[in-house]
Design a binder for this molecule. Structure first.
Ligand code: GLN
Length: 271
């Protein structure tokens, strides 16, 4: 009680002293602004532009990958940059790998993740998702010359390559006991494909848009006819965090869809 009284007393006497001296915080601010308005404006603009740390996968073409010039590019990268430009924020990329990117956001080490990340009910327990921005599905792929594996039944007693933390991994796990195969886990898509190409695993499970793109680019794999229902991709933040960023993503996405920029970006990688 005594403590509060003395704090109030100090505050009161300070206010009185300022009133007597004829200065107030309002006067001070105005003075600063008029002294050097150019500088104030410049400083104001710079500090207003917020930079967000956005985590992503290392190799998930056409969504994120290093092109032949060594530039890190992709649909996710261009979409995020276009949305950032539309909404007036900046992006600091953290290229971590899929599982690591999802974990970094959960741990508060990154503000958001865009990495061809499927919007699933399970993930909604720990993430808030944007509106969906790309449709996907899970599919099995085998080596291009492989004629033995044409259905899940043929996987019995064999190895199947999967990527940690993905929908493809979860799907493989859900049918593994039923069809009697063993799972071999990798952190990135390229290593998973390699395991099939060298013949250690007979198949892998991957997102249709990604593996179909890879095959078109010369990856020596082929797709099984059957596609599993997959979920659309969304941008994600940690649950209850970065609501402002999520809103800007949705607003920016709507704007670039309307302006044609969204389609232009997608076409530039898929056509
Ligand atoms: N879409 C899949 C998932 O969210 C895979 C994402 C990825 O490997 N980058 O699980």
């Amino acid at each position: 009680m005594k403590f509060f009284k003395s704090v109030t007393a100090i505050a009161l006497s300070l206010t009185m002293a300022m009133a007597v001296a004829g200065c107030s915080s309002t006067t001070q601010t105005t003075t600063t602004d008029t002294t050097d308005s150019t500088q104030t404006t410049t400083e104001g603009t710079t500090s207003d532009v917020k930079t967000y740390n956005i985590a992503t996968d290392t190799t998930f073409a056409p969504f994120e990958f290093s092109d032949e010039n060594g530039d890190f590019v992709g649909i996710d990268i261009d979409l995020m940059e276009a949305i950032a430009q539309d909404q007036g924020f900046e992006v600091n990329w953290q290229v971590l790998g899929f599982n690591a990117a999802v974990q970094a956001v959960k741990a508060g080490q990154a503000d958001g993740v865009i990495a061809g990340m499927s919007i699933t009910e399970e993930r909604k327990a720990e993430h808030d998702f944007s509106d969906p921005y790309y449709d996907s599905a899970v599919v099995m792929a085998v080596a291009a010359e492989n004629e033995d594996i044409t259905s899940y039944e043929d996987l019995a007693g064999k190895k199947v390559a999967v990527k940690v933390g993905t929908e493809g991994y979860n799907f493989a796990e859900s049918i593994k006991d039923q069809y009697g195969f063993e799972m071999v886990a990798f952190d990135d898509s390229n290593s998973m494909y390699q395991d099939v190409l060298v013949g250690n695993s007979v198949a892998c499970f991957e997102d249709y848009p990604v593996i179909a793109y890879g095959i078109k680019q010369g990856l020596a794999l082929k797709l099984n006819d059957k596609q599993e229902a997959g979920n659309s991709y969304g941008f994600a933040v940690a649950k209850g965090e970065n609501a402002e960023l999520l809103q800007m993503f949705n607003d920016g996405l709507a704007n670039i869809k309307e302006s044609g920029k969204y389609q232009e970006i997608v076409d530039s990688y898929t056509k």
